[in-house]
Design a protein around this ligand. Structure first.
Ligand code: ARG
Length: 637
């Protein structure tokens, strides 16, 4: 039965051995956790670092040890026998270096090969987590910042899901607030008597009018029987054609901008807009309907992006938490957290210049009151133990205040290492070639759909250049260009430490030689192709023939494969997808070296299929595997 268990990381397994040794070596230091780390490959694979700190604790207490090195020596001597370890040595002031046994490495990877990569998923302390990511704002454009949040958030969610954490993927869209008064009023002004449009109608229109890809769409019934199509371009409402319905568009934020301009320039409009907020919040039917239409239109735009990127998200926008805000603020008030300041109600946070404003001076709620309430909801209603927020680093201060307030309310434990826990996953800017914030020529922010379009069309052009247009169907060409192009954009974003700014460069991210998705995809496709051409049955190979790791490159590849679990664990614990990217890139490197130097190895097929396995992950989508087949063909090998 023990065999059936999830094995845990190499580090975990070593820690168990060292734990036993420490118990024997220093019986009165019962709370000593083994400190295991990877070590310099010249000395071994891992090391145990406990000797130094133990020595500091026990010296002068009448212990028989004379220094850290004898402590290390004893830790080594007291290690229980295990098939895991080939040899140990002592370095410096008592570090215990461990060299793992080849047989054990081989046995472990073979076990995984048979039982599936799931048995290597790390054991995390959380059962349920919220990942709050993407979270664009209704009627405003979705820009590269939201692209980063979407990509990083989805990757974190996938890593946690692989580690058996139930992830609530939350799209905290900005769908509430005073700006909706303005938007609704503008909508009424431009389009009186609107009705909800059917998807079919939108589809028909999109097919006929390319323009509409870029626009938000409304239908309004007119007093006349003839209905017109309109769209908002810049600030102008332009008549496009007279068809069945009339529409406007806003994923470029034009609708928002136009209404803002109206709001700023006309006091009468402004007053009506403010009145509209009251009507909306009071639940007046006509206003609720207009609001939900505006949201629905934006939503259609986001969903297209999510679909293109294969991202699953559940929308629980700001409006969702609105009814809970008064109750939550009351609780915080009772706990004495909320004070009056210049007409507003605030929470003072130690060390911060400004307080956390939870009720504005006009009595309205805001971003902070919503986030406090969402945190409360996630903890108490959704029973999440880990709340993860993915936004640009610009919002760090907001989240610091939020988490501090939650700690003061006793919702979260003090400190940062116990659960329930909340983390802000911040990320840096996307820069253009000029080293400045990424913008288009017209100094507008870059639209995310445009980036995806370009990545795809560049990939398609590259495939056509290689003659694929003759070999493949149009659909195959499209799908491959999408998988490679979108993959390249994602990987370029993920491979750097998320906190650093990175320069957006199509040539770099689509280079098939560098550290790119294209390189990894080709590595994977090539491995699969080699296996396929060998005519071997991988399923059979998995079960028969014990793995023997003889050549040093073979052992290095085996060990690297084995470290997959702890890499995922590290990436999850520190919320750093780049750790996983680096691992995969190095895995491709180890494979190439192995493949070049171990041509006659009896393990070739097994190792190859393992690498293929890990590189591609366990949850490949149908479309992905088609893409692999096509890439294999294009590798010609
Ligand atoms: N809508 C916000 C923005 O675009 C991001 C929301 C992040 N999530 C949250 N719970 N505050 O900046």
């Amino acid at each position: 039965a023990a065999d059936e268990e999830v094995v845990g990381t190499v580090k975990d397994q070593l820690a168990k051995l060292f734990e036993e040794s420490l118990r024997v070596t220093v019986p009165d230091q019962t709370d000593t956790d083994p400190l295991i780390a990877a070590c310099n490959p010249r000395f071994g694979d891992y090391q145990c670092n406990n000797a130094m700190s133990l020595w500091t604790k026990i010296k002068g207490t009448g212990s028989a040890f004379t220094g850290p090195q004898p402590v290390g020596q004893a830790i080594m001597t007291n290690l229980p026998r295990s098939e895991m370890i080939e040899s140990c040595s002592i370095a410096g002031p008592g570090f215990v270096n461990v060299k793992l046994s080849r047989q054990w490495i081989a046995k472990s990877i073979q076990k995984m090969l048979i039982k599936g990569i799931e048995t290597w998923s790390p054991k995390l302390r959380v059962k349920r987590a919220v990942v709050d990511f993407s979270s664009p704002n209704i009627a405003k454009e979705m820009h590269v910042g939201h692209l980063r949040s979407t990509i990083i958030g989805d990757t974190l969610a996938r890593m946690l899901e692989f580690s058996n954490v139930e992830v609530l993927r939350r799209n905290h869209v900005g769908d509430w607030g005073t700006q909706f008064g303005m938007l609704i009023e503008f909508l009424f002004e431009k389009f009186p008597n609107m009705e909800v449009v059917s998807d079919q109608a939108i589809g028909d229109l999109e097919a006929s009018e390319n323009l509409f890809r870029k626009l938000f769409i409304y239908k309004c019934s007119s007093t006349y029987s003839k209905v017109l199509v309109y769209c908002i371009l810049g600030n102008k409402v332009v008549k496009v054609s007279s068809v069945k319905h009339w529409y406007t568009v806003p994923d470029n934020g034009a609708f928002y901008k136009a209404s803002k301009q109206r709001f700023d320039s006309d006091p009468g409009f402004k007053e009506r807009a403010q009145q509209a907020v009251v009507s909306l919040q009071g639940g007046k039917e006509k206003y609720r309907k207009a609001w939900s239409q505006i949201c629905e239109i934006s939503r259609k735009g986001y969903e297209k992006v999510y679909q293109r990127l294969g991202i699953v998200l559940e929308e629980k926008g700001e409006s969702f938490y609105n009814p809970y805000i008064p109750g939550v603020l009351e609780e915080l008030g009772k706990k004495g957290l909320i004070e009056e300041s210049e007409g507003a109600r605030v929470i003072f946070i130690e060390g911060k210049k400004y307080p956390f404003i939870v009720v504005k001076s006009d009595g309205g709620f805001n971003y902070a009151s919503t986030d406090l309430t969402a945190l409360w909801y996630r903890l108490n209603e959704e029973k999440a133990e880990w709340m993860i927020y993915v936004t640009d680093v610009g919002q760090r201060e907001h989240f610091e205040m939020l988490f501090t307030a939650a700690k003061r309310a006793g919702w979260l434990p003090p400190g940062d290492n116990s659960y329930p826990k909340a983390n802000h996953v911040g990320f840096g800017l996307v820069l253009g070639e000029d080293g400045k914030r990424f913008r288009t020529r017209s100094t507008e922010v870059v639209k995310l759909v445009d980036l995806l379009d370009e990545a795809k069309s560049r990939c398609k052009a590259a495939l056509v250049e290689r003659g694929k247009a003759e070999e493949w169907t149009e659909e195959e060409l499209e799908q491959t260009a999408e998988a490679v192009g979108y993959g390249a954009v994602k990987y370029a974003d993920l491979k750097n430490n998320r906190l650093t700014n990175y320069t957006f460069n199509f040539d770099q991210m689509l280079n098939d030689q560098g550290n790119t998705a294209v390189y990894l995809l080709y590595a994977h496709a090539r491995i699969c192709s080699i296996i396929r051409k060998s005519g071997k049955d991988v399923e059979e190979l998995k079960k028969t023939g014990a793995l023997v790791l003889e050549h040093p490159n073979e052992r290095a590849l085996g060990l690297h494969l084995l470290q997959f679990a702890e890499i995922v664990e590290e990436a999850c614990t520190n919320l750093l997808p780049n750790v996983l990217c680096e691992y995969l890139y190095n895995l491709s490197g180890h494979f190439t070296t192995f493949y070049t130097n171990c041509q006659t190895s009896p393990n070739r097929w097994c190792c190859q299929s393992l690498v293929a396995f890990v590189l591609w992950g366990q949850r490949r989508r149908q479309a992905d595997s088609c893409c692999v087949k096509r890439l294999q063909r294009s590798c010609g090998n």
